[in-house]
Design a protein around this ligand. Structure first.
Ligand SMILES: [Zn+2]
Length: 474
């Protein structure tokens, strides 16, 4: 088995629609793939698929090895592109040894992991019993891994094929949860002599609230809260506040409409503080923009006691890295993201934050600290969407096998890392218990966005490594 077997299967997979939540055609493809080869195939009620290939002669004493990836893909396309992800095949080109989808996502995350498993199932390599597990809806909350029942696979060693950097072995990931604060408010009249001003901070780099939380990027909600806090002594009234978007993204823009006694003075102070902030972020935020202008609106301000509490809580709320790993240098262990603020419905302002850590107690401590901050300000606080992490085990047996195999093939050691983001491994570890796990894959760039690409040279190395690990596992 070599990388062209994997690539041929991946090209087939690019023709199968498989947006998260719509994996039916993919499930059918997997079922018929197994049927044609007389392999046992199980499908559970959420749509996860497990295909089993029994032991090759002479490998009877090798323990079962689980391989795992996800069926679904993130479906994003460039503005103006006519593409129906529910029926159209992905268009791709091969350029300079990269396979690229120019106008859409490619789906190599995780179609290439799926293709690698199918190539193994199709091969006649000498190996022990393998269970290939294909989950659904990883990209929209890991519903497949959440819904999987105990006993769906039986092996105690698992290789996850959903990583994006060839030459890196992942042995841990963060778990997470969201913490939402809600402020109820009434409105008040515009104070005599007050007039509205619109403030906007935008163009920040943003990024992933796990992978990018240690990159020193600006959080535009924090910056807006900082300015509003400095305006409180001038009798500012808050009419509207909105910033950030998804819980797992660093806020890239924030907008506020306020009413102030002296618009020119407020705008001058905003511009001067914008100059300070630009200076602080000159290296990481070259495109950040600030604007303040006189505004007209008829909406009434939020009652001032609530507005003051909100501004103080947003300014005090922790954001960023709380602690670094003591096992793996450079790895963020615990962090929190002040993700969004929104007036979703009349009379309620909602602040969404999200916390991450590979260690459950540390993750809950972080969430409680954010909760304390908003309780002080009189908000109601709720924790939701918790998922477990995967604590790195530097003494893992499968890690040792993978590192030795890599060194034998390529003459140097792979990097051993953990990620400060979620992987399905966290859920498997919690659900099945006692699993020895690792995650690796070929190099992908720009995943989850149009232009996603797969490095074909890295696919050669990844395939050789995978084959060697699977055939030498004992
Ligand atoms: Zn993935």
């Amino acid at each position: 088995m070599n990388s062209s077997n994997v690539l041929e299967i991946f090209k087939e997979i690019t023709r199968i629609p498989r947006e998260s939540g719509h994996e039916e055609m993919m499930g059918e493809y997997l079922r018929s793939f197994a049927e044609k080869r007389n392999l046992e195939c199980r499908i559970d009620k959420v749509g996860n698929v497990c295909i089993v290939k029994e032991t090759s002669p002479g490998k009877e004493n090798v323990p079962t090895l689980v391989l795992q990836g996800h069926q679904d893909m993130v479906c994003e396309k460039s503005k103006g592109v006519d593409h129906d992800f529910l029926k159209d095949p992905v268009n791709y080109v091969v350029e300079d040894s990269w396979m690229v989808a120019k106008d859409t996502t490619l789906g190599a995350d995780d179609g290439i992991g799926v293709a690698a498993m199918l190539a193994l199932l199709d091969s006649d390599l000498p190996m022990g019993r393998i269970e290939c597990v294909f989950t659904v809806s990883e990209e929209t909350g890991m519903d497949g891994a959440f819904g999987m029942e105990k006993g769906f696979f039986t092996g105690k060693t698992l290789i996850n094929l959903d990583s994006e950097d060839e030459g890196q072995m992942f042995i841990g990931c963060a778990g997470g949860l969201d913490t939402t604060a809600r402020f109820s408010y009434g409105s008040e009249d515009l104070a005599p002599g007050h007039a509205p001003v619109r403030l906007e901070i935008g163009g920040a780099v943003g990024g992933h609230s796990g992978d990018d939380i240690d990159k020193g990027r600006a959080n535009t909600i924090q910056l807006m809260a900082r300015f509003l806090f400095s305006e409180l002594p001038f009798g500012v009234q808050l009419i509207m506040l909105k910033g950030g978007n998804k819980p797992n993204a660093i806020a890239r823009e924030c907008e506020a409409i306020i009413a102030v006694p002296d618009r020119k003075a407020t705008i001058a102070r905003f511009n001067s503080s914008a100059g300070d902030v630009r200076g602080e972020y000159v290296r990481t935020e070259p495109g950040m923009t600030f604007s303040a202008s006189e505004y007209r609106c008829t909406e009434k301000p939020i009652e001032t006691p609530v507005a003051v509490n909100l501004v103080q809580a947003l300014f005090a709320c922790p954001h960023g890295v709380e602690s670094m790993s003591r096992d793996i240098p450079g790895l963020v262990e615990t962090s929190t993201n002040l993700a969004s603020v929104n007036m979703r419905r009349q009379g309620v302002i909602e602040v969404v934050t999200s916390q991450r850590s590979a260690i459950t107690s540390a993750r809950r401590m972080m969430a409680a600290k954010v909760e304390a901050c908003f309780l002080l300000a009189g908000a109601e606080v709720e924790h939701t969407s918790e998922y477990p992490g995967w604590k790195p085990d530097v003494d893992s047996r499968i890690l040792k096998i993978c590192v030795e195999s890599y060194r034998k093939l390529f003459g140097f050691d792979p990097e051993v890392k953990a990620i400060h983001a979620g992987l399905e491994c966290g859920l498997f570890g919690e659900k099945f218990g006692g699993l020895d796990m690792i995650s690796f894959g070929p190099t992908l760039r720009g995943v989850h966005a149009p232009g996603e690409r797969l490095d074909l040279n890295s696919l050669d190395k990844f395939t050789d490594h995978l084959v060697d690990v699977v055939t030498s596992f004992k």
